[in-house]
Design a protein around this ligand. Structure first.
Ligand code: NAD
Length: 354
């Protein structure tokens, strides 16, 4: 790694502590001098949202949330915010709810308090995404960066174990991809490695004791660090692949990341010795892939894209969509044939080999 780099740290208040969300939220609403709060949470997330917003006056509760932020939902939510003269957005839930709040902030300039209940990490990035006609567009704008994030592991206990595992592997994907992303540097690589360590410890604990807080606290801490590393380093090969699969074929976000990750790691690691050794050290294993494989086995992780809705006949088209998006920073050249081979292996769930 060259000792010359420009590293940008994004400003944000991060409030961490189990059982503290309601109190922290009330204090932040006062600190921000907000009077017209709009909450954004899906119907499934509404019970959590209702419980923690009891001490706050909420002007409108918006539940019309869908994966990958369809443009019609974004426009509707922005119209609701304008109609109710909202001065603060509070999103409570997974990356889909955070993503909708970001889409509203993008057009209205409203500040966001994010209270995440998955390990997706969108709350700690300035990246937005909107899907229109089957294509997901993403962009970077500091306007969408939540001013405050409130992490409370109590709120993640209701997240089913399978989803917790897939979402945690989504966070590990942020870390691994950050190692070779366009703006990878010693700072974001260090954050990514610490995040892998925390997630590799936390996720098995979540699996064994889904209602316990210790594993979920580790996983949330790791998820936050993973997102900071990802926001700083940018999107690498892995995110470019999953972005196309999610946007074009409506595959579920976390599970897609969980399945694709070992194939990207197997492809890139031999050409990225520093990333390889940092990831292996974080897992405490001889190689990066051995560490990821062992964790995936322990977690009984999602295995094949065919289980999540990818049709085999879409692979050639997907490879064509992914190729132009691959960053020049990727440690080895990538061809359409490489992508098709990787996607066929991920489709079938065959063993990822170096
Ligand atoms: P999601 O938000 O769609 O949540 C998955 C499911 O879990 C949903 O049904 C949701 O209602 C449910 N859920 C969430 N929390 C729950 C809880 N505590 N209890 C019970 N159910 C709960 O999925 P996700 O994986 O969290 O987020 C995916 C989205 O986030 C994608 O659109 C992705 O592109 C985006 N994302 C964006 C960034 C970014 O930086 N912009 C980063 C990561 C992810």
């Amino acid at each position: 790694m060259s000792p010359v780099f420009d590293h940008i740290t994004l400003p944000q208040r991060v409030l961490f502590g189990s059982g503290r969300a309601a109190k922290s939220l009330a204090a932040e609403v006062v600190r921000l001098d907000a009077h017209r709060v709009m909450t954004i949470a899906s119907q499934r997330e509404a019970p959590v949202a209702d419980a923690i917003t009891k001490p706050v006056h909420v002007a409108v509760r918006h539940h019309d949330v869908a994966p990958h932020v369809p443009i019609a939902k974004a426009e509707k939510a922005s119209a609701v915010a304008r109609e109710h003269r909202i001065d603060l957005l509070v999103c409570i839930g997974g990356g889909s709810s955070t993503g909708l709040a970001k889409a509203v902030a993008l057009t209205t300039g409203l500040p966001i308090i994010a209270i995440p209940t998955t390990y997706a990490g969108s709350e700690a990035t300035n990246v937005w995404g909107i899907t229109e006609s089957g294509r997901k567009t993403t962009g970077v704008d500091d306007k969408v960066m939540p001013v405050t994030v409130i992490y409370d592991a109590d709120l993640t206990v209701s997240l089913p174990v399978e989803l917790s595992i897939a979402s945690g592997l989504n966070a590990i994907a942020h870390c691994i991809d950050a190692m070779w992303a366009p703006r990878a540097d010693p700072i974001n690589r260090t954050l990514a490695a610490e995040a892998i360590r925390a997630l590799a410890a936390g996720l098995p604990a979540v699996k064994h004791d889904p209602h316990g807080l210790a594993g979920r606290e580790q996983a949330l801490y790791g998820a936050y660090l993973s997102a900071v590393a990802f926001a700083s380093a940018g999107s690498g090969l892995h995110h470019k692949i999953c972005h196309v699969l999610g946007g074009a074929y409506d595959l579920p976000h976390a599970q897609t990341h969980a399945v694709v990750l070992p194939y990207v790691l197997a492809f890139n690691a031999p050409a990225a010795p520093e990333a390889e050794s940092r990831i292996a050290a974080a897992f405490g294993t001889d190689t990066a892939l051995a560490g990821l494989d062992a964790l995936r086995t322990a977690l009984d992780a999602p295995r094949a894209l065919k289980d999540y809705g990818l049709a085999e006949q879409n692979i050639a088209e997907a490879a064509g969509l992914i190729l132009p998006a691959i960053p020049a920073s990727n440690p080895r050249p990538v061809t359409t044939a490489d992508l098709e081979e990787l996607l066929h292996a991920a489709y079938a769930g065959s063993t990822a080999a170096r």
